[in-house]
Design a protein around this ligand. Structure first.
Ligand SMILES: Nc1ncnc2c1ncn2[C@@H]1O[C@H](COP(=O)(O)OP(=O)(O)OP(=O)(O)O)[C@@H](O)[C@H]1O
Ligand SMILES: [Mg+2]
Length: 190
């Protein structure tokens, strides 16, 4: 019988998992797991203190999951797979390397263009990422294409709302500045 797409809490804790990133006091641990042959990433606040779990753990997890939902089917964003519980959720794992200047020769010719279109589409859906300057949140996949991850700082605005029309364009400029930063870093050095 096919299992649920994401593990239960007890399956998640009992089965093998690879730690990708150990969170600090106020961040989730990030794991890679295998679910019926498919690699998934789980972000989990459960190991944090009771105070963090009851407050920002729950809130940040819910806010991040909202952004992943809004971006379902977005070409640069791995798919949201489901909740483990109110402190952890799973998304598809996409193999890739963290963005850096050193990848200049490995990215696709239209990398910057695709990233730019991807940001436009994300903003159209009412999501601003806000942490794309950080190299750990932009991956380069096996064919040199951009992958957007880590919506832990993202904000969502309902399309058509006042915030969507007035605030989102101001915040979207932060994402576009990050794009320009990566564009500069990828330019051949003269
Ligand atoms: N969907 C994914 N596919 C592949 N790798 C991923 C995925 N999600 C996260 N990772 C890897 O795990 C790392 C940490 O994930 P993420 O950035 O979401 O967590 P974080 O708590 O914000 O960590 P940090 O503070 O380092 O940014 C990423 O930099 C990336 O290397
Ligand atoms: Mg991150």
């Amino acid at each position: 019988m096919a299992r649920d797409p994401v593990p239960t809490r007890s399956e998640f804790e009992a089965e093998p998992r690879e730690l990708l990133n150990r969170g600090g006091r106020r961040n989730p641990d990030v794991y890679r797991i295998d679910r019926d042959g498919e690699p998934l990433v789980v972000k989990d606040f459960a190991p944090r203190s009771a105070l963090v779990r009851a407050t920002i753990g729950r809130l940040v997890t819910r806010r991040e999951a909202r952004a992943w939902h809004r971006l379902a089917g977005h070409p640069l964003v791995p798919a949201f797979r489901g909740w483990i519980d109110s402190l952890a959720f799973a998304v598809d794992y996409r193999p890739g390397l963290r963005m850096s200047r050193g990848l200049a020769g490995q990215v696709a010719d239209d990398f910057v263009e695709r990233l730019s279109e991807g940001l436009d589409e994300m903003h159209r859906r009412g999501v601003v990422h806000l942490d794309l300057r950080h190299r750990s949140n932009l991956l380069v996949d096996e064919v040199g294409a951009p992958v957007l991850i880590d919506f832990g700082s993202a904000l969502c605005f309902r399309p058509g709302s006042l915030g969507y029309r007035l605030v989102l364009p101001l915040l979207a400029a932060i994402d576009r500045r990050a794009l320009r930063k990566w564009q500069r870093k990828l330019e051949p050095r003269t």
